[in-house]
Design a protein around this ligand. Structure first.
Ligand SMILES: Cc1cc2nc3c(=O)[nH]c(=O)nc-3n(C[C@H](O)[C@H](O)[C@H](O)COP(=O)(O)O)c2cc1C
Length: 190
């Protein structure tokens, strides 16, 4: 008798309906089976932020993908192991990645990043000898053991404000990064 009472007590929570996520004030937990992406960017003047946000919009167009898009200063030293994909971007400065981005990547040294996928992006001038922060970032991610999901990409800026775009980004750069975001998400879900 007591055994069957015990069974009922234990079984009751299993039989109750799942909690209604809409009824809670707390932030939604990761959806079952969702892929989590961290888009982390360095920026001095805002161009790379705009590109990062465009990439995020594209990623979010694909159902089953959740994205945190954050400035590098905010995630410095944070664990990134709970993400499936980390997209790291920043401005090209002196043919290299900027100091905060290099510092962020340096802090990942020694972390267990097995299974993490990566993507690198930058903004820069469209000149033959510009250098590319994205190439530097991609190489660093590879050295850290992160699997590169798609080759790095650059958003180009005009050295002076361009009449057809806000700020310095060339026209249609954000649309291109939105499409790249969709492609990345699709590749992640494969
Ligand atoms: C200090 C400094 C150094 C730069 N060096 C380069 C460079 O070597 N190659 C390049 O293509 N662009 C270079 N740029 C241009 C930036 O990459 C470009 O303006 C970028 O879009 C800035 O991004 P942000 O607005 O996110 O800071 C440099 C800009 C600054 C301020």
């Amino acid at each position: 008798m007591s055994a069957s009472v015990g069974f009922l007590v234990m079984a009751a929570p299993l039989l109750s309906p799942p909690p209604d996520p809409e009824a809670s004030d707390s932030p939604p937990a990761r959806k079952l089976g969702a892929r989590r992406v961290l888009v982390v960017y360095g920026t001095r003047y805002g161009n790379t932020k705009r590109v990062a946000e465009a990439l995020t919009r594209g990623l979010l167009r694909v159902p089953g993908v959740e994205v945190d898009c954050l400035p590098v200063e905010q995630v410095m030293g944070s664990p990134v192991g709970s993400y499936d994909l980390i997209a790291v971007g920043g401005p090209t400065e002196w043919h290299n990645a900027s100091d905060p981005v290099r510092k962020f990547l340096g802090a990942l040294e020694g972390r267990d990043l097995r299974g993490l996928r990566g993507f690198a992006f930058d903004t820069r001038y469209q000149t033959p000898r510009s250098g590319s922060a994205a190439k530097v970032i991609q190489r660093r991610l590879e050295q850290l053991g992160v699997g590169i999901l798609m080759p790095s990409a650059s958003g180009f800026v005009a050295p002076v404000p361009h009449p057809e775009s806000e700020g310095m980004l060339l026209p249609r750069t954000e649309e291109r990064f939105e499409s790249l975001g969709e492609e990345l998400a699709a590749a992640l879900l494969l």
